[in-house]
Design a protein around this ligand. Structure first.
Ligand code: HPA
Length: 270
């Protein structure tokens, strides 16, 4: 057994000691989606800090927790808070929670984030359904393969599942949503205007600092993945004001209600 798989099993054991809840759908809640958790009929809450070996956010007040419960007739586990590569964690550590939720039993994963808009279709407060990604961070699959959960050379042809994308589009009939490619930078600095022009030429519709490495690990371990970005700002150089954390959080929080509505509608339809 690889060391990483052993660590996963140890984390899983600690969770099973606290709850026997078996989720079908896993959700990673990005910035602004805090209120979504209120919609869950909660069965158990486990703070990440109570799981030995679990990567805990270095940002004060952002430690995070798993919320287990029922929503729209489905058994869900939601991650309130995630860790990022820019915090100093290796991408292999960043994706531990994703693998853990798969081992808990979930088979569909909904990844959400706040992102900077690059596409001409984007504006702050709208949403992007991720069709594909470009990952500029190191692969979370580097190193010994966890053969217990996935293959050495997984295909990335259908990362953001085509059938699930159709479901999201139907569920979003009254919500401003466009489709596009997500590009993940390492962060933590925002991009330069020149980098944004390059990413635009690459075909990216939105830029962020999470999600792609999580999606890679998710596909590797057999999840079907949905990715949705909340466009919190225009990417650097595409509006009069450069991106700032304040703007990202303000718009992401303002969009939280609509984002929650979209997610509930998606979960209902899955
Ligand atoms: N760039 C990178 N990450 C982000 C942005 C951005 O403009 N907005 C929200 N997350």
């Amino acid at each position: 057994m690889s060391k990483a798989y052993d660590k996963l099993q140890k984390c899983l054991k600690q969770i099973k000691e606290k709850t026997d809840f078996v989720p079908e759908i896993a959700i990673v809640l990005g910035s602004g989606l805090g209120s979504f958790a209120e919609k869950i009929d909660v069965k158990a809450i486990i703070p990440y800090s109570e799981i030995e070996g679990f990567p805990v956010s270095t940002a004060p007040g952002h430690a995070g927790r798993f919320i287990f419960g029922n929503l729209a007739g489905k058994r869900v586990v939601a991650m309130q808070g995630r860790v990022h590569y820019y915090e100093g964690y290796d991408t292999r550590e960043v994706v531990l929670p994703i693998r853990l939720m798969r081992l808990m039993g979930a088979s569909t994963l909904i990844l959400t984030n706040a992102a900077g808009g690059i596409s001409e279709k984007s504006y702050p407060g709208c949403f992007m359904l991720i069709t594909d990604h470009i990952c500029l961070a190191p692969s979370p699959l580097i190193g010994e393969n966890l053969s217990e959960i996935g293959t050495r050379f997984p295909s990335m042809d259908n990362i953001y599942d085509r059938d699930l994308r159709k479901i999201v589009k139907n569920a979003a009939s009254e919500i401003p949503l466009f489709e596009g490619v997500y590009i993940q930078t390492t962060g933590p600095q925002y991009e330069t205007p020149a980098e944004i022009q390059m990413y635009k030429a690459f075909g990216a519709g939105a830029v962020g600092m999470s999600t792609a490495v999580e999606a890679i690990a998710a596909v590797h371990c057999g999840f079907k993945v949905i990715g949705i970005s909340c466009i919190s700002n225009m990417a650097c150089g595409l509006s009069d004001t450069p991106p700032s954390e304040e703007e990202v959080l303000e718009i992401a929080n303002k969009s939280g209600t609509l984002f929650s509505k979209l997610l509930i509608s998606v979960i209902t339809s899955i």
